[in-house]
Ligand binder design. Sequence first.
Ligand code: 5GP
Length: 189
Amino acid sequence: MKALKERILRDGKCFEGGILKVDNFINHQMDPILMKSMAVEFVRRFASTNINKVLTIEASGIAPAIMVGYLLELPVVFAKKKKPSTMENMLTTTVYSFTKDRSYDVCVSKDYLCPGDKVLFIDDFLANGNAAKGIIDLVKKADAELVGMGFLIEKSFQHGGDYLREQNIHVESLAIIDSLDNCEIKIKE
Ligand code: 5GP
């Protein structure tokens, strides 16, 4: 998506270990106009897909997911990173975060991820695919169906996208970063 690619090149910053910071418009300050355009693009790309729920993981996925849910007029559920003591009927999985170098539990209530749900997962980044694998596990445990996964930014050099596409999952990424070597951002045309 042209507007996102241009914004990444203008405002994105590279860090050691293949990390791209987009705090200026996605991860800290947010640009709602761009966020809306990205959601419109997801709606276009998943137009032929039968969806009844949008799923994401807190915190950075919530903004794009709610925009998509708003446009599709569908409920948006976010998987939580800490199990609330008051929540019953939980489905849980463990996700390894390479940006934080630790594992954490992700959970969602069976009240909101239900058998037969047709789930579109939306997140900010796809890197090694660990968060996505956790979501696949949660959707399976809920007896729901994962009908697509949409990412604002995919880092193709970390290969999570290869894994998901090999599983025949419909993956859409609005910008694909081929390399961050030498702190130079190379985006797929
Ligand atoms: P994965 O599980 O695919 O390895 O990583 C996905 C998660 O890690 C995303 O939800 C995102 O929060 C975080 N992440 C991975 N790579 C980056 C990055 O380069 N920049 C930022 N800001 N977050 C990232």
